[in-house]
Design a protein around this ligand. Sequence first.
Ligand SMILES: [Zn+2]
Length: 184
Amino acid sequence: MDLASYADLAIELVNTQDRAGDALRDLDGLHALLARRPHLNGRIGHRDLDTVRGLRAQLRAVFVAASGGDEDEAIERLNSLLIQHPIHPQLARHQDHGWHMRLNEAGSVPDRYAARAAMGLAVKVAEHGIDRLGVCRADGCGRVFFDTTASRSRRYCSDRCAGRPNGMVTALAHRNTVTRDGGQ
Ligand SMILES: [Zn+2]
């Protein structure tokens, strides 16, 4: 059970709203978000959509606070999510592998999503630091990311945003870093 991997749930959810619009306008959008997550299967309705949209706002606020340098607020918000949405670990037997830990798959889809996303993000923050959470600096983008650069200098969600005129200087610095690493 790799709890840190669940941080992706937080990032994917927040990034359903960006320059391109809101992918969670309707239930189809929520189905699409959950489609690749077998442990988040279950019946969902409009109330769940509202709940997940609310969770999205709470998670975004964590990234915004961290990205703005307000670490205390970011941690407080994340801790509050951990209290609201506890995880429920269970021992389960896996064929040939004996007993292993997994998260209980009972409860509503939004609850399970929230518990995993908050715990995943918290584990990542504990391992790497709250300053790793970033919000794209490109005008009107707003996508969030987990900064894995050695220099903790990531500013943009993507090369596309890094190439926008308002961020040209930093974008060039970012590109140089990428080139040095052999990425381009
Ligand atoms: Zn961006």
